[in-house]
Each structure stands twice: as C-alpha cells, then as structure tokens.
Design a protein. Sequence first.
Length: 310
Amino acid sequence: MAELQVSTPAKINLHLEVLGLRPDGFHELAMVMQTLDLADNLSLRPTADGAVTLRCDRADLPTDGNNLIVKAAELIKQRVGLPELGVAMELTKRIPIGAGLAGGSSNGAAALVGLNTLWGCGFSSAQLSAMAAELGSDMPFCIDGGTQLCFGRGEVLESAGLAKPPSLGVLLIKHPDSSVSTPWAYKQCREQFGASYLSGEAEFEQRRRALRQAPLLTGLSGEGPLQEIRNDLQKVVEPEVASVREGLSILRRADAALAVSMSGSGPSMFALFADHEAATRAQQQLAAALEAAGFAFWVCRCTGSGATLV
Ligand code: C5P
C-alpha cells in the first residue's frame, strides 16, 4: 500500500465528573466527550527496513519514543509479530499542544487506525480499543470520536445515543504560553476534594445512571435547553492558572453563549453557541479582547467521527 493520510481530531469535555479513586490509583470518571472539526493530519508511508520514524512540523513536540504515535506504532508492530514492518510518519499539527484537547491521544489513536490498514494487520475495532487503552485513558474515545459517555479511567465508552452530532458552534481558546499537567490537576483534585469522593461501585453506578438520563444529553440533541457544563478539574485549575481565569472571564462576556467551560485538565476553554454562525459572531465580538490578552482562538463544529482515513 502507498502513503495513507489520517485525520486526527481534537476533543472537548462536555461533562467531566470525578467520582472517586480506583484501586489502580487513577480516578474513576463520568464524562461526555465530543470531537471537533479541528484536526491534525498524520501521514504514513510504509518502509521495509523495520524502522518506525516520526517527523513533525512543530519543533517543540518530542518525536521520540515518548510520543504516543511512536508508542502506538511499536505496540501494534509487536502485537502483529512482524519486526520487518517499518513506517515513516509525518504529523502536521493544528491542535494546540498540552491543552486538554486530547491532541496527543488522538494522534496515537490515528496511528493505530492508520497502521492497521497500512500494514494489513486485520485487528478488530475492539482489539484496537484495547491497545489504545493500554497507552492512555482518552485514547479509546479518540478512535471512534463523536459524542460518547466515557466511564472508568475514561476508556469505558457508551454512545450518547444522539442521531447526529450536536449542531452547536464552539468558540475554542487557548493561551499559547500556558499549559497544565494532567497528573498535577488530578493530584490537586484529590487533595482538595478527596474527602468527599464517592467510595464504591454502587455509588459510581448511580452517578453513571444519572449522566445517562441527564438533561445535558437532551440539550445536546437539540430537544431541550443546554444545561451548564460541569468540569470538576476546572474547580482546581481556575484558581491556580491566571490564563484560565482570564479566558473564562472573556468567554463569559459573549452575548449568546449557552455554556462556558474548561476542557479536560485545561488550559483550553470553550463557549458553546446555538450554531456555527452564532459562534462566529461571538468570535467577532470578543476578538479584540482575546487578541489583547494573547489568546489563540478557533471557531469549530462538533463532528461524529474520530481518527479517520482520508
Ligand atoms: O491515562 P493518561 O496517561 O492520560 O493519564 C495521565 C495522568 O492523569 C495519570 O498518570 C494520572 O495521574 C491522571 N489520571 C487520573 N485518572 C484518570 C485519568 C488520568 O488520575 N482517570
């Protein structure tokens, strides 16, 4: 097979609830994740020298064995058991790095999906998801994307049952100089709220059931008003990170915003609008304030797919 291109989209969290601590030290979560039309591109060219290589147009992104793309390639190669398989990969970045948008996880998921085809491995989507879960909590979601409920560490997925992606417009912002460490955010959360964490499977399941029936999902399908968005990590990140406080305060000034939230562990933030046009008008309304404060910003649509061959 000749060269392949894979589109690797960003996600936002439309709900992020920390339920409790798990025996493995991770947090038990109840989330709704949503892919956007802001995407990186991963190109894959097969080689016969057994080498896995990655180049990227962003010099500040590691392209060695720490990159989830390289980890994914090595894992799938090991599982297929053919050491002679090689690939030369090139990543074109559009998703901001270290932003809470799952850019790295999505890139890793795209490598699994793309290499499964390029190398003719024949892994089922369940097998790809299991490999993705070994590499990162958000990675299985990034394979299929769309609107999904994510439980466990984030890797246990349920479709939100929407007939189509929400028609919402998204104004997404991130300060280029700001980043948040995900382990730090979870540690802060444990220190500040650990005493009130839920403690067992029965209580976790009660919250999952509540999320499945939540008005949030009716709001996303356009059948009801959109509720406020909950992100428990925002409670610990917003007081500590100045760019998050400033960004949220600018987004909250948008005339027609339905909801404003941080994504994941931040520091990216977004406002939701009834449609793409309303998000574009808000971008125009807020552009001067966002530029003055040094924010990068994007107007996005919600999509129904994850890592996709193009
Ligand atoms: O799985 P991933 O590599 O994305 O997780 C990064 C870090 O975030 C973990 O090492 C852990 O500190 C924290 N985390 C957590 N609970 C989760 C997901 C992530 O505590 N469900």
